[in-house]
Design a protein around this ligand. Structure first.
Ligand code: ADP
Ligand code: ZN
Length: 225
């Protein structure tokens, strides 16, 4: 490399790749880079983390961007999650996106249209195990499949089918909340009502985000805020 002005440096052969790199980083996030690299084929993206970690927000963000790019989008959620609205997926911070509630993977597949380019699935931990083959089949048919879900149950155990979905995904995003007890990075959904049922649908009324140190793998009194 020459030891001269900026112009000399830019003309230097080692830096001939520089404009290419600028173009690469001009994309504002990894999403577009994935699309460019993967063009022509479908793929699976999984967004996994505890409750309140921003999974739904991130899913809604990606779906909105796909719609802005005029891609045909379909979104599904299990009928079990009636937290806010049957016809929408919603984040704890109030963002919403239209969705179709379904009671099984088979029902979801019945709704999928041939020309859909992007499939969003929220609360994937409440789907049956057939979602794994379905996600692969949808990706193989050329669709971008974006799946969000809780990766651990209230005892801190892997929440099927999320572990399987994480292992077949091309791209994984782990989201974290803030521990309401100590302010650390939270990876767990602490149950705050007495119940031993694995599926106990609720939001801040039944769960809070906690870190490894503050988490207890059974019900605990809610933190006063
Ligand atoms: P998830 O889908 O992972 O449950 P959401 O996308 O629905 O998460 O909600 C994320 C939002 O929840 C945050 O942007 C923030 O406004 C809110 N929130 C409430 N409690 C917490 C917390 N303890 N840590 C981080 N965000 C929280
Ligand atoms: Zn903590």
């Amino acid at each position: 490399m020459t030891n001269g002005t900026l112009n000399d440096i830019l003309l230097d052969s080692e830096f001939q790749e520089y404009p290419y790199m600028v173009e690469e980083f001009a994309f504002d996030n990894a999403e577009e880079r994935r699309k460019v690299r993967q063009s022509g084929t479908g793929w699976i993206e999984v967004i996994a983390g505890s409750m309140f970690s921003g999974k739904s927000e991130e899913l809604i963000r990606r779906l909105n961007r796909a719609r802005i790019a005029r891609q045909r989008v379909q979104v599904f959620k299990p009928g079990i999650d009636e937290r806010y609205s049957v016809e929408e997926i919603a984040s704890h911070s109030g963002q919403k996106h239209m969705s179709i509630p379904v009671s099984s993977t088979a029902e979801m597949l019945n709704h999928v249209l041939d020309d859909t380019e992007v499939i969003g699935i929220d609360e994937a931990q409440f789907f049956d195990m057939a979602i794994i083959d379905a996600a692969n089949a949808l990706a193989e048919s050329g669709k971008r499949v974006i799946i969000a879900g809780l990766d651990q149950d209230f005892m801190g155990k892997p929440f099927e089918p999320m572990p399987q979905l994480l292992s077949i995904a091309e791209f994984i995003t782990k989201t974290h909340a803030i521990c309401v007890k100590c302010g650390s990075t939270a990876n767990y959904s602490q149950r705050t009502v007495e119940s031993e049922e694995r599926v106990e649908v609720g939001a801040a009324d039944k769960y809070e985000a906690r870190c490894r140190q503050c988490f207890i793998p059974h019900a605990d009194a809610p933190t006063l805020m």
